[in-house]
Design a protein around this ligand. Structure first.
Ligand code: HEC
Length: 327
């Protein structure tokens, strides 16, 4: 028993020393013991010191004990035993108190006179730990009631909404700082004047040779009409700029020259050219492009006979006035 206590003391001491060292030595994000391996040596030394101390104390005790008279030795042993028994006395007492159980020997005092086929009932006190917890729930309920039903505490729905709003703000912030994370699937039309301006400069520097200042088209197709060879809308345009046109047509993949953020800017600028109808515009090439996600413009319901109707839904081109004017 005594040796176990010694072991525990030594181990406890080393653990304590370890955490103390970690606490006082500034090692940044790293564990101090990783950054300064010398700590291993320090701990090792402390370990031997602790063992030595334990041995010395034990030896001293032995010597003192041997020096006592027989009667004194007995008294000493008795005192030791009392100390041992009283260890954790407070916890033991509290534990008993919280259970408040009648010892089996005294159960006669609380047995009720109910008797069901020999099964009898004890009238035990409610265990205090249970009673205190019950009181705690009452206090909790009162505080809860006042906080959430009398004063306007945030309820679950509000907490949820606050967290969503916060997360959204964080995502926006993140996107703002990481503009180059976008690709053709995630790109969104930029409407910020600064972005459009930047897109315009990129366009003038790289694209006018083939698409003209106005976007009316030259070597490359007209970018202002409803007709697109490779698809309209911000995602397709971004994709075309990033990956280039069909092989051999002259539109290279710009992803090696432009950053994703820049391609998003120039794609957004190209979108602003749409519908400008420049005088020198090239003939339309490709197909009319309709945004599938755009709201349906016309719903036509035709009654064919008393049991059948026909519903026609049409999506007009992205900008329908050009179409209308042309016709
Ligand atoms: C060397 C000439 C040339 C340059 C420079 C050029 N393009 Fe093109 N571009 C073309 C050609 C040719 C096509 C048609 C590709 C095809 O038919 O596959 C095209 C197609 C496109 C399309 C698709 C049009 C459609 O109808 O689907 C977009 C959008 C476009 N270019 C944007 C740009 C942008 C933005 C730049 C500048 C960063 C640029 N281009 C630079 C020649 C060029």
């Amino acid at each position: 028993m005594k040796t176990t206590a010694s072991y525990l003391r030594v181990i406890g001491f080393i653990i304590l020393a370890f955490f103390l060292l970690e606490l006082i030595i500034d090692s940044g994000d790293q564990w101090a013991i990783v950054k300064y391996p010398i700590i291993w040596a320090v701990l090792g030394m402390l370990f031997f010191f602790a063992i030595a101390l334990e041995i010395i104390v034990a030896a001293l005790q032995r010597v003192l004990f041997d020096g006592l008279t027989g009667e004194a030795q007995e008294r000493y042993l008795l005192a030791e035993k009392m100390r041992e028994d009283n260890r954790f006395g407070w916890f033991k007492r509290k534990y008993k108190e919280m259970l408040d159980a009648k010892p089996v020997a005294k159960e006669q005092e609380i047995v009720l006179d109910h008797n069901y086929d020999g099964i009898r009932e004890l009238d035990n006190n409610l265990p205090p730990w249970w009673v205190y917890m019950f009181y705690a729930t009452i206090i909790f309920a009162a505080v809860y009631l006042v906080r959430y039903h009398i004063f306007d505490g945030t309820n679950q729905t509000e907490e949820y909404e606050i967290e969503i709003a916060q997360a959204k703000a964080e995502v926006d912030e993140y996107k703002k700082n990481n503009k180059d994370l976008i690709d053709a699937n995630t790109v969104e039309l930029l409407t910020d004047a600064g972005d459009i301006e930047a897109g315009k400069s990129i366009y003038i520097a790289n694209c006018v040779a083939c698409h003209k200042d106005s976007g009316g088209g030259g070597i490359g197709p007209n970018l202002t009409d409803d007709y697109w060879i490779l698809g309209g809308g911000i995602k397709n345009i971004f994709h075309t700029i990033s990956e280039g046109g069909r092989a051999g047509k002259g539109m290279i993949a710009w992803k090696t020259d432009l950053k994703p953020s820049e391609m998003a800017q120039v794609a957004s600028y190209v979108m602003t050219l749409h519908g400008t109808n420049p005088v020198d515009a090239k003939e339309p090439e490709g197909d009319i492009w309709v945004d599938e996600n755009a709201p349906v413009d016309n719903v036509d319901v035709k009654v064919i006979d008393s049991t059948t109707i026909k519903i026609e839904m049409t999506n007009d081109p992205v900008i329908d006035d050009i179409q209308a004017e042309g016709k």
